[in-house]
Design a protein. Structure first.
Length: 80
């Protein structure tokens, strides 16, 4: 008997890809429906979408804030 594992694996892969595409379409439809056909206050991501920062971007922001605080404290020490 011939093995069906390869065709079965191919069918599952195709099903997963189609499910991914359907999720994308559902997201697009909900964005358009939820924001009245345009881009709402929170942008194209819809009402509940959050922007994600990479760890590198988070480090840069944290370092910049530390630098600002250090400068502020040094200035306060000079004048105080």
């Amino acid at each position: 008997m011939k093995s069906f594992s390869k065709p079965l694996q191919d069918l599952r892969r195709e099903r997963d890809e189609l499910a991914r595409q359907l999720r994308l379409l559902d997201n697009a439809i909900s964005i358009l429906h939820g924001s009245g056909g345009g881009i709402g206050r929170r942008g194209a991501g819809g009402a509940g979408a959050k922007r994600r920062l990479s760890p590198a971007a988070r480090r840069r922001i944290a370092q910049a804030q530390k630098t600002r605080w250090a400068k502020w404290r040094a200035q306060k020490k000079k004048s105080g």
